[in-house]
Design a protein around this ligand. Sequence first.
Ligand code: BGP
Length: 468
Amino acid sequence: MSKVTIDIPPDFILGAAASAWQTEGWHGKKAGQDSYLDAWYQQDRHVWHNGYGPAVATDFINRYREDVALMKACGLTHYRTSINWSRFLLDYETAQVDEEYASYYDSLLDEMAANGIEPMLCLEHYELPAILLEKYGGWGAKKVVDLFVRYAEQVFARYAHRVKRWFVFNEPIVVQTRVYLDALRWPGQQSTATWMQWNHHKNLATARVVALFRAGGWAGTIGTILNPEVTWPRSSAPHDRKAAEMYDLFYNRVFLDPAIKGEYPPALLQLLAQHQIAWQYSEEDLALIAAHRVDEVGLNLYYPHRVKAPSRAWHADTPFHPAYYYEPFELPGRRMNPSRGWEIEPRIVADIARRMRDEYGNFPWFIAENGMGIENEARFRDADGEIQDDYRIAFIAEHLYQALLARQAGSNCQGYMLWAFTDNVSPMNAFKNRYGLIEIDLEHQRQRRMKKSAHWFRQLRVSRQLTL
Ligand code: BGP
């Protein structure tokens, strides 16, 4: 392909993302402040990477000043992270704030403001307090929705005058899918009803926090961050298309529709009833979801999900799982990131952009995460010690290009955020795969170094043009 250049609109976000748990470390964490992820990591040493994990993470809590300077050096307009619910409060029932942790956020926001970086804050990025899982069964209990709203009240009271863009959840579908639908992760127990109950309570919590934010009269916006898996059928044959529709319904529309349209897809409700999935919801819940929709959605886009019609019949005596309706399909010859096992296909951006425009009323959205995790990245270090991550530059350029084209074609795409600003701890495998513009050198006191992609990203900001 010959070189093309495309302008980056002046208001287009050029940012990078992270989360509290994946960067901050446990420094200053008090007894009883474990998140669900902390509890899991404490009992399962195999998810740590060579002994490195969330205990120190990237040590952001101690090194944020250095990191904010690096955000500026990378040309970031925005930085997205979360506030860790499990650490922000000392008592989840009374919502008593942990002053020490809260004042660290005051300083972080001061530092970002002084360096011209816009904060985007998310209230939950997998940081459910472990005790709420133990005591109430986590998001399975409506009580936890109330406690989350109380936590949000405290967060908004403290920071909503200075943070303009808020998000309720990051990828609210993930934890319960791994834990209850697929039973792959601690405390693993297959129950489609529990899975749907968590989905519903997170949708309800989204509506209630949106209502709370609006009632506060704050100047900013309130959105949520979802991970729609762009789903493509193996063929255009009706049975394959049906498989893709079903996947989309159970994994994407279950959150997209309530957040944007204020309702569950009727087809989903019907299927859940047909399979006798015993989840609880009230008319009042549905009215709240209808009345309080988000202002924008951040979308985490990594790879396409390809499916085909299932080849085996489901046994009625096994618990219902949405995989009753689809099977994964591996496109022969697809381009892969071998470290993560994910296909690389930038047209997912065009696909979701079209959908946001045509199916969701040109709803405002942005890429909240997109990126490439690479194992053993130190092998790409040059003689001066800089990681030459040309593969990451190509990956970003190809996806960003699609976002810019979509914007030109009238999709309400607000920007692009890379996952991740620095290398960080993955819930899946700690530091195994590196995603950052900034290297965290674990063997050398977590020294920070800009990778080649960091310099390239800065150029995007300076020139406001992308060439590929
Ligand atoms: C997203 C999460 C991030 C991050 C990223 C990379 O789903 O929001 O928190 O971890 O995926 O994935 P992984 O860490 O599993 O490689």
